[in-house]
Design a protein around this ligand. Structure first.
Ligand SMILES: [Mg+2]
Length: 280
């Protein structure tokens, strides 16, 4: 079983792109100080992102993080075997994880993308339909990163052909909702998915930590619209600045802590502030 901090019962949910990772370079360098402190204090760091499980595992290996995570906008929760001291229901398992599936399977989402493209004649394009080269150009990911980003199980990020696409987007959205599916918006893409969101994943996992500890103080850190459901579920919601040094104006929440920095720099500042307060 994982050993947890005795004194502090903080748990941190975090978005990756534009939050812990720099929007353009995907570096977490500026958050290293706070990352090492939360490791030292035994505070769980739960990645909750639109990225795939393969992408999250690659990052977790680098930062030596072995806590549960939520992939693809809350599409599924991956809980390391033996992590909690109690049994729980799950849908799938791998040698390393028990997996709670929340979202819809990827093949169904790809069928919807094709149908919507045909019925609207709007040439939306999913990342699974892009070549590695095109995905690298659109995201700035390296070749390996782009390969991992294509390993999708529960969501499909997509783009519209034109920059000015409000009307097209309205029609696409209508078709998505009519199919009982949902969409959200990250830093770069729209994301087609089932009725999952980051908030549902946060709720399920927080309940598990509470079962283990009785009380926990939950922090959530994000930068975009798709983080709102996560930020709404936590005790301390934190917003980091976008690369233009502004906060996304559409994110308004009671008690929202504005980090005072862009992406990982803001992440670092906010976590240091929270750690200082909770140990005072
Ligand atoms: Mg983000």
């Amino acid at each position: 079983m994982r050993e947890f901090a005795d004194i502090m019962r903080l748990i941190i949910f975090t978005d990756l792109d534009g939050t812990l990772l720099d929007h353009s370079t995907y570096s977490y360098q500026k958050a290293l100080r706070s990352l090492s402190l939360i490791k030292k204090d035994g505070i769980p760091l739960i990645i909750c992102t639109s990225k795939t499980a393969a992408e999250i595992e690659a990052l977790n290996r680098k930062i030596k993080n072995r806590d549960p995570f939520a992939s693809e906008n809350g599409g599924a929760l991956f809980i390391p075997k033996g992590y909690f001291g109690f049994e729980f229901e799950y849908h799938k398992e791998t040698p390393k994880y028990k997996i709670i599936e929340i979202g819809k399977h990827h093949s169904l989402l790809m069928d919807a993308i094709k149908e919507i493209r045909e019925s609207t004649r709007i040439s939306i394009k999913g990342v699974s339909e892009m070549s590695i080269k095109e995905l690298m150009e659109k995201t700035g990911l390296d070749r390996r990163g782009a390969l991992l980003a294509k390993k999708r199980d529960y969501s499909e990020p997509f783009i519209l052909p034109d920059r000015n696409h409000n009307n097209e987007m309205k029609r696409v959205k209508k078709e998505i909702l009519e199919r009982g599916l949902n969409l959200t918006e990250g830093g770069r893409f729209y994301h087609l998915m089932g009725n999952n969101d980051k908030g549902i994943a946060v709720r399920i996992l927080t309940a598990m930590y509470k079962k283990e500890f009785e009380t926990v103080t939950v922090v959530g850190i994000g930068d975009s619209i798709n983080d709102i459901p996560m930020l709404e579920e936590v005790d301390i919601p934190v917003l980091v600045m976008r690369p233009n040094r502004r906060y996304d104006p559409r994110i308004k929440l009671n008690g929202l802590l504005r980090s005072g920095g862009i992406g990982p720099d803001g992440w670092n500042r906010a976590v240091l502030k929270i750690l200082k307060k909770s140990s005072a």
